[in-house]
Design a protein. Structure first.
Length: 697
């Protein structure tokens, strides 16, 4: 147990296990866990081959010790040292006793994988799995098989297993959750505080075809918990999103502002699932509640509901019980498998992931034809294809057909309305009235989806109101702090509204997720420029220059922000050179509406400040010509446009912007009358309505 304690503590710290100075009785001068134990029987395969090793070799050695404690003998044995090495390289260890709980068997199996990539990637991941396994031993109710017929004794095998589980619990008490430490001030607490929880990606033990459960389990449990009154259940990040923060749970806790994590692991077999669930308090690092549920595959929904109900009893015992799902387990699993591969396709753009996602969603619909969400997710999948490949395969048309099918099944399917809104957004001749109306309905019926709020924000920005678009982007970023383009959009909008300090805090929060995110760095440079912190702005823009200028549209955006900085620095030579380039790019015959819109927002104010009012007005006129007139409130509030307001041509730009803002206000006002307007839009809508009542001169 002492070796196990030492090994796990060192693994969690990320230190070599052979750094034994802190272990009083460990041999000195050792360099790895295998030599701490003094025998080749604990060496990892790559170590035995003389290949390069990292801490995953230590995890293998740790697994050997754990196996030996459970089975009473080493997993790899031979009469000679050569035979032992051969066993490590080629043989699988004998099965552990049946008395060892499935979760703990899964931990050992993963530790002892021959290839390093198949083991736990870090000591922290191993720690989480051991904690889950130890709670299984602590929470599983005793049965006659445990106590014996008379309830006076139990088999020796179970006693050995229980001893190891107790050892794991001791280790957990000493070091568990240390990497998760969050200052107590970062999470609200006290009387009247609404508990907030975030389900982390599930650890899956089983065949590769069930890897999707890593995202499915937290998604299903969170959907059920979202129906509990008085509980703030965050939409769980996907495993791909968590990779953005490299599994740093301290960062996740601060980004999502949660008081508890839901930590899960699942063992899969031909017999079904063994689901282990724990509720962990972020501030105190204590496991507040935990339990394991077992059942056949077709009882998946019931296992998830039992887990959600256990959490509900732990945090909101007075709330009504978690309702039973109306969807079959088969349909739910297929839906979640489709979501898993859809996320993969959106992140990696691999065609096989598209096909796997489409097949899974269709299976879900075949299993349950009333499952509107499956049809809506197919629509979204085709929108991802359009974003990745263009419309060469008619992706937008397919997206529209599936979105309408979803709404035909359920007119209140928010993701279906979001699909129609996105299709309209990308249409060659977009209809803003339809697009905004679709987006408002999407938000009303799917208020927990960050995607639908950001879609609404894009619709109400141009033409429309920066106040409204910023509010929608901030709500989107609040729901999903790993949705970084929402943070970028909010940062730019806040700067345009004269709130650069707030903008900087938003983009810095996003850059905690991806410190080298080029678009985020560009927005940070813009916020620093607006704050007058010009040296910092220059250094920040220099960091992202190579990445952004590698592509035409992003390179032009970088130059537009760099122009704003050069003007603020009174660097006339750089300002003039950039101004000439930007004006030429805007009026190039091959330019697109997005480049023109960005130039109107980032470059036109700087050009006006330089005294190049003709160029500034021409760019604003061009934005109207290509169908993206600037936001009305921004045009009136931008201080650099004050000299332009006496120009008749500026009034001609202002008129379509005002018309667009009036249309947005009318549609949102109608939504408010129907009770469909999200509350965060009430104040900016009122501000816009007041502004529309004022004369423009």
């Amino acid at each position: 147990v002492k070796i196990l304690d030492f090994g796990l503590a060192k693994l969690v710290e990320g230190a070599p296990l052979g750094d034994a100075d802190t272990l009083t009785h460990a041999p000195t001068g050792t360099t790895d866990f295998g030599r701490v134990l003094g025998t080749m029987a604990y060496m990892a395969p790559e170590q035995a081959r003389g290949m390069a090793v990292d801490q995953r070799a230590d995890i293998f050695s740790f697994g050997v010790v754990l196996y030996e404690m459970l089975a009473g003998e080493r997993p790899f044995r031979g009469e000679t040292a050569t035979d032992t090495v051969a066993a490590i390289l080629k043989e699988e260890p004998p099965p552990l006793p049946e008395s060892v709980p499935p979760a703990l068997r899964g931990v050992v199996t993963q530790c002892l994988a021959k290839h390093p990539d198949q083991r736990f990637s870090s000591g922290h991941d191993l720690e989480l799995a051991l904690q889950a396994a130890s709670s299984q031993g602590a929470t599983r109710p005793l049965t006659p098989a445990d106590t014996g017929a008379a309830g006076l004794s139990r088999p020796r095998g179970l006693l050995v297993g229980g001893g190891v589980l107790a050892a794991a619990a001791v280790v957990a008490a000493l070091v568990i959750w240390h990497p998760w430490h969050v200052p107590s001030t970062s999470v609200a607490s006290g009387p009247g505080h609404v508990p907030s929880i975030l389900a982390l990606p599930c650890k899956v033990y089983g065949a590769p075809d069930v890897a999707f459960l890593t995202d499915a389990v937290p998604a299903t449990i969170s959907t059920l918990l979202a129906q509990v009154d008085g509980l703030d259940t965050k939409v769980p990040p996907s495993s791909f999103e968590v990779e953005k923060v490299k599994g740093d749970l301290t960062t996740l806790a601060e980004l999502y502002q949660v008081s508890s994590f839901i930590v899960t692991s699942i063992n899969t077999s031909a017999a079904g699932f063994a689901l282990n669930v724990q509720l962990v308090d972020v501030a105190t690092r204590k496991v507040r509640w935990g339990k394991q549920y077992e059942g056949p595959r077709d009882a998946y929904n019931d296992l998830a509901r039992q887990a959600a109900e256990g959490i509900r009893l732990a945090v909101r015992p007075a709330a009504p019980p978690v309702p039973t799902s109306t969807v079959s387990s088969e349909a739910e699993l297929a839906l979640q498998e489709g979501n898993y591969f859809s996320n993969r396709y959106n992140n990696l753009h691999h065609p096989p992931d598209f096909e796997a996602s489409l097949a899974a969603f269709k299976r879900a619909l075949q299993s349950d034809p009333s499952l509107a969400d499956a049809a809506a997710e197919i629509a979204r999948l085709y929108i991802f294809r359009f974003e990745a490949e263009g419309d060469v395969s008619g992706a937008l048309k397919e997206g529209e057909l599936w979105a309408r099918r979803a709404l035909g099944i359920d007119p209140r399917c928010g993701e279906g309305w979001a699909g129609l809104s996105a299709v309209e957004l990308y249409a060659t001749h977009a209809d803003p009235e339809k697009g905004i109306d679709y987006a408002v309905k999407a938000v009303a019926f799917a208020p927990r989806s960050a995607w639908v709020h950001e879609c609404l924000g894009m619709w109400v920005s141009s033409p429309g109101s920066t106040w409204l678009s910023v509010a929608a982007s901030l709500r989107s970023f609040e729901l999903d702090p790993l949705l970084l383009y929402a943070a970028g959009n909010a940062t730019a909008g806040l700067c345009w509204l004269g709130r650069p300090a707030e903008a900087l805090s938003v983009v810095d929060r996003a850059l905690r997720v991806e410190p080298d995110l080029a678009f985020g760095l560009a927005m940070r440079g813009f916020a620093l420029t607006k704050l007058g912190r010009l040296e910092e702005a220059e250094g920040t823009l220099r960091r992202c220059e190579a990445a952004l200028t590698a592509t035409h549209s992003l390179g032009e955006l970088w130059r537009q922000i760099r122009l704003a900085l050069a003007v603020a620095q009174r660097d006339n030579a750089t300002s003039e050179a950039l101004a000439r380039h930007i004006v030429a790019s805007v009026f190039d015959s091959h330019t697109d509406a997005n480049l023109v819109s960005n130039a109107a927002s980032f470059a036109a104010p700087a050009l006006a400040e330089m005294g190049r009012t003709e160029d500034a007005i021409r760019i604003l006129e061009k934005s109207v010509e290509v169908g993206v007139p600037p936001a009305y409130d921004w045009l009136l509030l931008e201080p650099d446009f004050v000299p332009l307001r006496a120009e008749p041509r500026f009034a001609k730009v202002l008129a379509p912007s005002r018309d667009g803002a009036a249309m947005v206000a009318r549609i949102l006002g109608q939504a408010r009358a129907r009770g469909e307007l999200p509350s965060y839009l009430n104040q900016p809508l009122e501000e816009l309505q007041k502004l529309l009542k004022k004369p423009t001169t």
